[in-house]
Design a protein around this ligand. Structure first.
Ligand SMILES: NC(=O)c1ccc[n+]([C@@H]2O[C@H](COP(=O)([O-])OP(=O)(O)OC[C@H]3O[C@@H](n4cnc5c(N)ncnc54)[C@H](OP(=O)(O)O)[C@@H]3O)[C@@H](O)[C@H]2O)c1
Length: 282
């Protein structure tokens, strides 16, 4: 029996065990995927334990995506650029870090929304871990402009600087800037894609990130929140004729990329989607 798993804190609400065990069962593989709740002071022991116990691979979630890096033997290009790891694979006796979050988002845009970010103007709300992975991936994909809009303006500026520095040689078309967008409707008039990478929308009492009347039918509105599947932002965007994309696709595709890295198998994405939708609706 091969062991896979996820480390984080807390871990109780993670959908990853259900997602991966559904795929494992469907394909009849000799694997099991387990949740491990790890305290901050035990993170070195936990990552070392992957190697020591011969665990084939793990996902890493909040708050350890950056913390695990010093304990790895190497990282792939994407994780190196993003500066965070959501997937670790035991390769021989070496631990290698990957980041599938940004690519998972991109696949959801391409497959679920049937859209392309190349040449597009994007407004990205948030400047946390998910924003960093998504911003870097869409910049590499050739987005024309990315505006990082964050509640704490300094964090938005720091992320903008980080991306511009990291991607200098690779994406001359990238023009990221920090901005308090609340009163600046002209950004919205020019934007093609608007992405919420903050946790706003998880509670119905959350204050909207921007006035919904800025949304029009020229926009693709993406919310990476998947609890609930339909946030206020998506509901309001739909009413205004915009195309919408929820966070379930990103969750599934980042998982399917990790699954392929560990097992070599394609995740049965539609089987997994059905199971997760049932779970999220219950
Ligand atoms: N669909 C998926 O597969 C997927 C993958 C990863 C994450 N997510 C979801 O994405 C969200 C963010 O994750 P993360 O890892 O990036 O978290 P994070 O690193 O903690 O960043 C959170 C971001 O949200 C902003 N924020 C939080 N509350 C806000 C509020 N009330 N108003 C405005 N901005 C607010 C923060 O702004 P400040 O800088 O001002 O604090 C920060 O930019 C979570 O809900 C997570 O579940 C989904």
């Amino acid at each position: 029996m091969n062991i896979l798993g996820i480390i984080g804190y807390p871990i109780g609400h993670s959908l990853s065990p259900l997602m991966h065990n559904t795929a494992i069962k469907h394909l009849g593989l000799d694997y099991i995927y387990l949740p491990f709740e790890v305290k901050k002071e035990d993170i070195a022991l936990a990552v070392g334990g992957v190697k020591g116990l011969g665990i084939k691979g793990i996902n890493v979630t909040i708050p350890y995506k950056e913390t695990v890096i010093p304990y790895l033997d190497g990282m792939d290009e994407s994780a190196g650029l993003i500066g965070a790891v959501n997937t670790i694979k035991l390769e021989g006796d070496k631990l290698k870090g990957y980041n599938t979050d940004g690519m998972g988002f991109l696949q959801s845009i391409k497959i679920d929304a049937q859209e392309d970010v190349k040449g597009k103007k994007v407004i990205l709300f948030g400047a946390g871990g998910a924003a960093r992975a998504i911003a870097i991936q869409i910049a590499l994909e050739g987005a024309e402009e990315i505006i990082i809009a964050n509640r704490t303006i300094e964090k938005g500026e720091k992320l903008t600087e980080y991306i511009n520095k990291k991607l200098k040689a690779q994406s001359s078309k990238l023009k990221a800037q920090s901005s308090k967008l609340k009163a600046q409707i002209e950004y919205f008039r020019k934007a093609d894609i608007i992405v919420n990478t903050t946790s706003v929308g998880m509670k119905s009492s959350d204050t909207p990130l921007f006035p919904y009347n800025y949304i029009s039918d020229r926009h693709l509105i993406c919310d990476i929140v998947y609890r609930p599947l339909e946030t206020d932002l998506l509901r309001e965007a739909s009413k205004r004729g915009a195309k919408i994309l929820n966070g379930l696709g990103m969750l599934i595709y980042q998982g399917s990329l990790s699954f392929k890295i560990w097992t070599g198998y394609e995740m049965p994405v539609e089987v997994v989607r059905k199971t997760l939708m049932e779970e999220l609706k219950s």
